[in-house]
Design a protein around this ligand. Sequence first.
Ligand code: PLP
Length: 287
Amino acid sequence: QWIFLNDDFVKKEDAKVSVYDHGFLYGDGVFEGIRVYSGNIFRMKEHMDRLFQSAKSILLSIPYTHEELTDLVVKTVEKNGLKDAYIRLVVSRGVGDLGLDPYKCKRPNIVIIVEPLAIFPKHLYDTGVDIVTVPTRRNRPDVLSPKVKSLNYLNNVLVKIEAHLANVSEALMLNDQGYVAEGSADNVFIYKNGKLLTPPGYLGALEGITRNAILEIANELGYDVREEPFTRHDVYTADEVFLTGTAAEVIAVVKVDGREIGDGKPGEHTNRLLEKFRQKVIKEGVK
Ligand code: PLP
């Protein structure tokens, strides 16, 4: 396995970054998770735009253009000879001293990792997942915007810990006002009374690229789809619930905080959207 690390391809065991990197010391940096399907990189432009916007927001200057970085991602995929894989692109602030000051970091560290990935076991796509809501709240948009996909993922990590403690594989975070925001690394949708709803970005959700693809697909299929706030009660009483993300793709949720959703099986709308999503990902992409 070859990793792109700054100007070079290095073997996995040699891909090492200094302990003085501010990504390590302070979570100072940004990242993207991207997917390759049948050799096509799904929505590369959207991922690059989000990466550069995240970086701009935290005043981190990436020493490549969109095109150059896209080219490096494509080359890393090719070098690893994988047709279906997950790509992790990380830009950290780079090496500085022990103080917080990012201006002491002279050059960002750029890492591209490509490898096969399955975050949920395959059978869960047939059965659906059992999830809980947790006390950890999504950070407020006016504090550090959840639109910044930063290396500072501590509240997402806490969500995952809380899911483990509850013996389930994923959990939902609420925002500071108690509206449902998103999962630890995925967006949430509910289908209720003939409407498909997902929380608006301003409530504190990352505007996921998979979420956008599902909004597009649902519109094409003629669904009444809205970005609208909803509460846990709406989730408990929904006909269908599902999560979306680059790693998770589209996965049905069949139980939330012990409340069975619908008839406890992945619903017809979720299955239909997943099927259309799978058709879309193999049709699209650079290369
Ligand atoms: N929400 C969070 C916090 C995430 O980290 C991710 C993963 O990237 C998502 C949602 C889903 O976004 P996307 O579909 O772009 O992967």
